[in-house]
Design a protein around this ligand. Sequence first.
Ligand code: AMP
Ligand code: GLY
Length: 412
Amino acid sequence: MNILVIGGGGREHVLAKKLSKSPLVEQVFAIPGNDAMTHVAEVHSEIAETEHEKIVTFAQEHKIQWTVIGPEQPLTEGLADRLRKAGVKVFGPNKAAAQIEGSKSFAKQLMAKYDIPTAEYQEIDTKTDALRYIEQCELPIVLKKDGLAAGKGVIIAETREAARDAVETLYPDENSKVVFEQFLQGEEFSLMTFVNGDYAVPFDTIAQDHKRAYDHDEGPNTGGMGAYCPVPHIGQDVLDVTNERIAQPIARALQEEGYHFFGLLYIGAILTEEGPKVIEFNARFGDPEAQVLLTRMESDLMAHIIQLEAREPINMSWKEDSVVGVMLASKGYPNAYEKGHVVTGFESDIDHYFVSGLKHDGTSYVNAGGRVILAIGEGDTIADAQREAYRRVEQVKSDALFYRKDIANKAL
Ligand code: AMP
Ligand code: GLY
């Protein structure tokens, strides 16, 4: 089979790599891909992920059987719908179902209606009401902009003053859609779930991301600064409850409301004293969770996608090893950062890195995005994997990057 992967980051790098190893797969193509994934895919960066018509034509010309869409943007813009209309199979939800990620308000309403555990919330559509609300709400308060924000649309305000600033930021005008949420305390984890309508099969292992930019979970929220799996201190009992109270009910809820979700549903959960609650849903694999989970997955992802399509049992298997991934990001990220600085040291060991924001300028690789490259370590224990990951971080040479030094510490 020929497979097309849409997207150009580290998640798509691992998707292309994992799919290329499947005995079912002949050739993997990537649009737009990136310059560092040519060892696992034929990269077509002349097409952008926003050019839906060109993607459809490409898929037809290259006899693509399955397209796997990595990022949220093309999903919420309806690329899956467009490809399906042209007869191409797609792993990834249609535009209507992708709202589960694209609209916080949609997701919150659905959870409320179907009694799925999540933070209490209120949606406030005007700045005047928001300013009134924050004068008397409980603190800390969480503000979430409706719509996609690459992990950067969430502000946790600990004081009224910070809440006022947050309102100024999230309401550029009087009218804006913002969800105000109760602050939940606990450890976060990410559970990937295969979903086809009301048939939902969660991965039987979870990952943990590190959302804040700096060590000890300080600094602004990012897309994710590092991840690891498995998470030994969050046990099977938590997975079972998350499946029973969140994964199965949300799949049934979507189906009942007339949405057909086919793809990967990411459950971002937090383990509170009252059990796991939903922080967010995403309509695709997490980045960098995918990089560690799919590195650890032993079974065939392509076979699982086909099993999901047929609603057959999906029996995943995993390496005994633990996997840790540490993100190197451009200094300044998630705010403004400089591009064009040389990054070297990883090329000869590309099997242990996943590239998000690098470009080859003809002579060398230079940073071209906020999150740049994820260094991977594998080992018998989390500690071993962590040591390996940081050894590979040290091999990357650049004066333009930074990273967190405490990825996976919670599991030690
Ligand atoms: P989201 O984009 O909704 O995943 O939010 C980004 C990050 O903000 C999450 O990964 C959490 O670390 C934090 N966060 C979001 N909502 C809450 C909440 N209700 N309580 C505590 N932390 C939250
Ligand atoms: N790493 C979190 C996300 O992909 O949304």
